[in-house]
Design a protein around this ligand. Structure first.
Ligand SMILES: C[S@@+](CC[C@H](N)C(=O)[O-])C[C@H]1O[C@@H](n2cnc3c(N)ncnc32)[C@H](O)[C@@H]1O
Length: 247
């Protein structure tokens, strides 16, 4: 199919170049509530949320300090505040609008929001639990993102997150945008890839803001980055997980 061909060509051109949607994300907030109400895809977002709630209850309940990267509008920040005994929750995002909604949504007395880019230093310290939902694949190359996230987890602590997967990506996008608009978006992606390549990476566009992996590649990657994999749950479009960092 044409969209698949365009996307494949774009990724071939980009090679190992990681996605960089920082400017794109900083200018807006991602509306999770809207995604969850989608008539076709909403059930998958809600299923991920239900699975992550169980993971938080099981592995994060006794955490003292939590860091959440890319908290968006605070859906999972609020969940952590409700389901864990954490005294301090640090929630970082590059979107000021997202953080404003997080502060309005989460009434936890130990909540500290941090506006900034994941890749920059914000003196966050370490935490018993580090969490990142629906964002690892947007922040950069998933391995490099998770290696850096691991550096914020205390020895013996837990990392909780998920990844959107490439296996049924085009089916997902066709349901979300319709076949024609998905084709247009795939053509724009290929165009962006050409511009990024031709400019030696100096010119970027929000079109290249996601790097997806196959479901089958995820567990081996988690094992090699974190050591112990505590939980993996694969859906048609996402994989959620929890890992322990060796003590
Ligand atoms: C799809 S949203 C998920 C938001 C939230 N975790 C949720 O599940 O509702 C992706 C989030 O990643 C954030 N993000 C993307 N790149 C970032 C970066 N380099 N540094 C910090 N946040 C980033 C975006 O601003 C956005 O809030």
């Amino acid at each position: 199919m044409l969209a698949e061909m365009l996307a494949r060509s774009g990724h071939k051109i980009l090679g190992e170049q990681p996605p960089d949607g920082a400017k794109y994300w900083a200018a807006r907030f991602w509306d999770r509530d809207l995604a969850e109400r989608d008539p076709l895809l909403g059930e998958h977002y809600r299923a991920q949320k239900a699975d992550l709630a169980q993971v938080i209850e099981k592995y994060a309940r006794d955490a003292d300090r939590v860091i959440e990267f890319a908290c968006g509008t605070g859906e999972f920040t609020g969940m952590m505040a409700r389901l864990s005994l954490a005294k301090e929750i640090v929630a970082l995002d590059i979107s000021a609008q997202g953080l404003e909604k997080t502060r309005a949504r989460v009434g936890h007395p130990g909540l500290r929001t941090v506006l900034g880019d994941f890749w920059e230093d914000h003196d966050l310290g370490t935490a018993d639990v580090v969490m990142c939902v629906d964002a690892i694949h947007h922040i950069g190359d998933p391995r490099r993102v998770m290696e850096r996230m691991k550096s914020f987890v205390r020895p013996g602590g837990v990392f909780i997150g998920n990844l959107w997967t490439v296996d049924n990506f085009h089916e997902f996008q066709r349901q979300r945008y319709g076949a024609l608009w998905h084709l247009g978006r795939s053509a724009m992606f290929l165009g962006s890839a050409m511009v990024i390549k031709a400019s030696g990476g100096r010119l970027r566009s929000g079109s290249y803001r996601t790097r997806l992996m196959r479901t089958s590649e995820i567990e081996p990657l988690l094992r090699s980055v974190f050591g112990e994999v505590l939980h993996v749950c694969a859906d048609r479009y996402f994989v959620s997980f929890a890992c322990r960092v060796e003590g």
